[in-house]
Design a protein around this ligand. Structure first.
Ligand SMILES: Nc1ncnc2c1ncn2[C@@H]1O[C@H](COP(=O)(O)OP(=O)(O)OP(=O)(O)O)[C@@H](O)[C@H]1O
Ligand SMILES: [Mg+2]
Length: 238
């Protein structure tokens, strides 16, 4: 059974139609990359899947259930099977360790060993007692990723997970995402076409709120490059 599906999903803010007719699906354990020019609607789509915003049209089917139609309490239960890492990570007050434990405590799953494991996974072993607001942008991004990983979500939504990282840290996060896949289903918005190529099982192209391409990375990226001369794999421009 398809693990996650969006059916004719749409979102409007006032007169502005931001997303329209997005129908795509992800199988359990797969990595789906969302690519497209800035402002095309990738973050909006992730937020709709995560039930942070309500769609104007269409539905999100998660593990066979239309979660957009659920009562609030059951929506919360569905959301607890997912975790999202935001494009602009927000740190809570307190230490890195407190930031990472937060979701575990809310979900009453507190286990300090898990916190250590997730810190190690993102290369922040020695950062547990640092005040989170003093971290660099890349360290915050990795903390946000650890905060999501520690929850062991079935569906991980990543919004440009390596955008603030130097190439070495980005490569280690890529490896981590690669290792997660199969066990965890990942939907990841990215401007990094090499990352997309390396990690994604399938790629969805979003332009001006519409799904304009869907398929295996090599097919989709080749088609995009043909259509759009300004687009190139290494320089990642649209
Ligand atoms: N709450 C909102 N109210 C009005 N417009 C919004 C709102 N949220 C997003 N938008 C608009 O929707 C469009 C899509 O935004 P979105 O953040 O989804 O793009 P994106 O593909 O993630 O872009 P980027 O690659 O720059 O992150 C943008 O024009 C944005 O300004
Ligand atoms: Mg975005």
């Amino acid at each position: 059974m398809t693990f996650l599906e969006t059916r004719e999903l749409g979102k409007a803010y006032g007169q502005a139609q931001i997303l329209k007719d997005i129908s795509l699906s992800v199988e359990r354990g797969d990595v789906l990359a969302l690519i497209g020019p800035t402002g095309s609607g990738k973050t909006t789509l992730l937020r709709l899947i995560n039930l942070l915003d309500e769609p104007s049209e269409g539905s999100v089917i998660f593990d066979g259930v239309n979660i957009t139609a659920l009562p609030e309490k059951e929506k919360i239960r569905a959301r607890r099977r997912m975790a999202m890492v935001f494009q602009k990570p927000v740190m809570f007050k307190g230490s890195v360790r407190e930031n990472i434990s937060f979701g575990l405590n809310v979900r009453k799953m507190g286990d300090p060993r898990k916190v250590d494991e997730s810190l190690r996974a993102v290369g922040l072993d020695s950062f547990g007692s640092r005040i989170a607001s003093t971290l660099s942008g890349g360290e915050m991004q990795r903390t946000a990723l650890a905060r999501a990983l520690v929850l062991e979500p079935e569906l991980l939504l990543l919004d440009e997970p390596t955008a603030n990282l130097d190439p070495k840290s980005a490569a280690s996060i890529d490896r981590l995402i690669h290792d997660l896949s199969r066990k965890t289903t990942v939907i990841m918005a990215t401007h990094n076409m090499q990352q997309c190529h390396r990690l994604a099982d399938r790629v969805a192209v979003i332009r001006e709120g519409r799904l304009t391409g869907l398929g295996r990375p090599e097919e989709v990226l080749a088609a995009v490059m043909k259509q759009d001369e300004s687009f190139s794999l290494p320089s990642v421009t649209w």
